[in-house]
Design a protein around this ligand. Structure first.
Ligand SMILES: [Zn+2]
Length: 413
């Protein structure tokens, strides 16, 4: 029997629990049939995500059972197939939240997934419509139900999912010139998890390269006196754009640097570029396309709240934002000089467009496109650990120059 763990005793137990639960849910109508074509599991310390990808929208219901902790997900209009049966092989021993998983045909048109949990979790399940390469997705995120305060990112994800981050930003505090305090740099390796970013001709994924550069850069920054780096992600995990910004603000970051290696339709396109937020319109068609591509990360990576985020969409008319963009441009210009001594520049000026990830109102923020992963030569360079290290070194050098110049200006004032 392929699914020996799905024994009748357990089934009766679950059945009883389900019956209790069903009293409180409305009867779902007849669900059409949907074929599950892929299951992907993204274990990470902040949260573990399970993605079921299917030919058609999946109707589902979920409930938890304790003693031991289990999460049960019923998939309606679904037949058990090899993809579903194979779910157990996808659970990593190191998964912080899932111990085991199994799937069984619960009724003629319902497949039941049972996840045995290592700890009490707060599950969040939602569906996503087809986007980019993906068909219909059912996403189940498992957050720890306790200890949120230990992990600021977790708390932010939680707030984000509850819609708490949709409030306008608080009044911006005055710039701190406390010399005892280290300069805090928030590094943001782009993409991650369900969102691979751009993919090179040889299959190199942007999300992997930028994470390596980011980690390298963090090591370099942390080795500096009076500097400290944090990362929006340190694993192969999807973090919504708004959470990346919120994390930087929560940690009072002095700078925000988003690291990318995107693609261009023209494979001969090459070179590094640096972007800042724009108050009005994009500085070029190239910048506009890049911002559209980056901003689609939430759709591809998959966020529960797809509605307009007021915090990110707020009108950029206040003076703080203007001053912040001016600082971002200053930093961007320095960065172009540094990166330009390592790689050709795609654009000799700091390009500007409406990048959602650069919208912290009070933190100078830039997005560095290290190279084009779509260019076969640059794809090879991006894979080279020496190049990754040199790129990290160039960015560090840019940050240091920015603060050196800033300090000189402040002393003269
Ligand atoms: Zn990117």
């Amino acid at each position: 029997m392929p699914d020996s763990t799905f024994d009748p005793t357990r089934r009766r137990l679950l059945g009883a629990a389900a019956a209790t639960f069903l009293l409180s849910v409305s009867k779902l109508g007849f669900a059409g049939s949907s074929q599950v074509v892929a299951i992907r599991i993204w274990p990470a310390s902040s949260y573990t995500r399970i993605t079921l990808e299917a030919s058609d929208a999946i109707k589902f219901r979920q409930f938890t059972i304790s003693n031991p902790d289990r999460l049960v997900i019923d998939l309606e209009g679904v037949q058990l197939n090899s993809v579903l049966k194979d779910i157990s092989s996808q659970i990593a021993d190191a998964d912080p939240y899932i111990k085991t998983a199994r799937a069984g045909q619960f009724s003629p048109d319902t497949v039941r997934l049972v996840l045995e949990l290592k700890t009490d979790v707060k599950p969040q399940a939602f569906t996503l419509n087809p986007v980019a390469e993906y068909k219909h997705r059912l996403v189940i995120d498992l957050y720890p139900s306790s200890g949120a305060q230990d992990d600021p990112l977790m708390a932010l994800l939680d707030d984000y999912n509850k819609g708490k981050l949709t409030e306008p930003p608080p009044q911006v505090k005055p710039k701190k010139n406390d010399s005892n305090r280290p300069i805090v740099v928030m590094l943001d390796p782009g993409h991650g998890g369900e969102d691979p970013g751009a993919i090179g001709m040889n299959g190199t994924r942007e999300k992997d390269i930028v994470l390596r550069i980011g980690k390298q850069l963090k090591r370099m920054i942390d080795a500096e006196r009076n500097m400290k780096a944090f990362m929006t992600r340190e694993e192969d995990i999807f973090i919504p754009l708004g959470v990346r910004v919120a994390k930087a603000r929560k940690l009072n970051a002095d700078l925000f640097i988003s690291i990318h290696a995107d693609a261009a339709p023209n494979r001969s396109a090459r070179g590094s570029s640096v972007f800042a937020l724009s108050e009005k319109g994009a500085s070029s068609a190239f910048a506009k396309t890049m911002a559209q591509s980056e901003n689609s990360s939430d759709l591809i990576g998959g966020v529960k709240i797809a509605s307009k985020d007021k915090f990110l969409a707020h009108t950029l008319l206040d003076l703080t934002q203007t001053a912040t963009i001016n600082d971002s441009l200053k930093l961007g210009k320095i960065m172009l000089g540094k990166v330009g001594s390592l790689n050709k520049l795609h654009s000799a000026q700091v390009e500007q467009a409406g990048f959602a990830v650069l919208k912290a109102p009070d933190i100078p923020s830039i997005l560095v496109e290290t190279a084009f992963i779509s260019n076969p030569e640059e794809e090879q360079r991006l894979l080279d650990s020496d190049f990754q290290q040199q790129m990290a070194g160039s960015i560090l050098s840019g940050v240091k120059t920015y603060f050196t110049q800033g300090a000189a200006l402040a002393a003269r004032a």
